[in-house]
Design a protein around this ligand. Structure first.
Ligand code: AP5
Length: 214
């Protein structure tokens, strides 16, 4: 099963993608996590990506597309994958469609997690992220067992640099201008499904499982 998660920054794509990956036994491929791991490891890609991410801008398509195409060609993705944060522009979506068409495949579902802008800022300021294993928490709705420490790997939790309110506003503008058109793109392909992301996380996941099947 090949799934794309769509939605504004902070809509809950990552939260849901991790659960989908676990339930359907497919890899969770998050371009944001890949870029953050590269930043943490001080790679050239990380240095370039950070310049854009810190400003709330998208990393250029030429740095992003090949990386994802290489990742989905790996062995563990042969039975499917859940893409979180990619595609984010029409050229990225076209590159994905073209790469899959070449091998006689196509995406199965594009799931839009719908959350109004006014809910997003509060979510992001309360989010705490583990840069080591990618786990995310929220200081009110999903606090870690020990404040500031990841339940999964014991590393320190941080407020992401791009979760500062001014940067979140910029990311929302970028989302509306460059990523929201993908809703129409996948609607025309007949694979778009929408769920309300303002419900409790378990309800959002149950709605997604209804779409994907048990
Ligand atoms: P990325 O990491 O992909 O960020 P994003 O898309 O902006 O999404 P987030 O990770 O911020 O949010 P999310 O929707 O996953 O929400 P989450 O589940 O964490 O990308 C970061 C940057 O990298 C981009 O700005 C860009 O610069 C670059 N980049 C990445 N991919 C790129 C690409 N393809 N092309 C170009 N550049 C790219 O949830 C958010 C919070 O809400 C959490 O605290 C969570 O606990 C809480 N929460 C989740 N669900 C619920 C719920 N139902 N109720 C209450 N709280 C909830």
């Amino acid at each position: 099963m090949k799934i794309i998660m769509l939605g504004a920054p902070g809509a809950g794509k990552g939260t849901q993608a991790k659960q989908i990956a676990a339930k359907y036994n497919i890899p969770h491929i998050s371009t944001g996590d890949i870029f953050r791991a590269n930043i943490k490891n001080g790679t050239e890609l990380g240095k370039k990506a950070k310049e854009y991410m810190d400003q709330g801008l998208l990393v250029p398509d030429e740095l992003t597309c090949d990386l994802v195409m290489d990742r989905i060609a790996q062995d563990d993705a042969k039975n499917g994958f859940v893409l979180d944060g990619f595609p984010r522009t029409i050229p990225q979506a076209e590159a994905l469609t073209a790469a899959l068409t070449k091998i006689g495949q196509s995406m199965d579902f594009a799931i839009d997690v719908d959350v109004p802008d006014e809910n997003i800022i509060g979510r992001m300021s309360g989010r705490r992220a583990c840069l080591k294993c990618g786990a995310t928490y929220h200081i009110v709705s999903i606090p870690p067992k020990q404040e500031g420490i990841c339940d999964t790997c014991g590393s320190e939790l941080v407020l992401r640099d791009d979760d500062q309110p001014d940067t979140v506003k910029k990311r929302l503008d970028v989302y509306h201008a460059q990523t929201q058109p993908l809703i129409e793109y996948y609607s025309k392909q007949g694979i778009l499904k929408s769920v309300s992301g303002t419900q409790p996380m378990e309800t959002v996941f149950a709605n997604i499982v209804e779409i994907l099947g048990e």
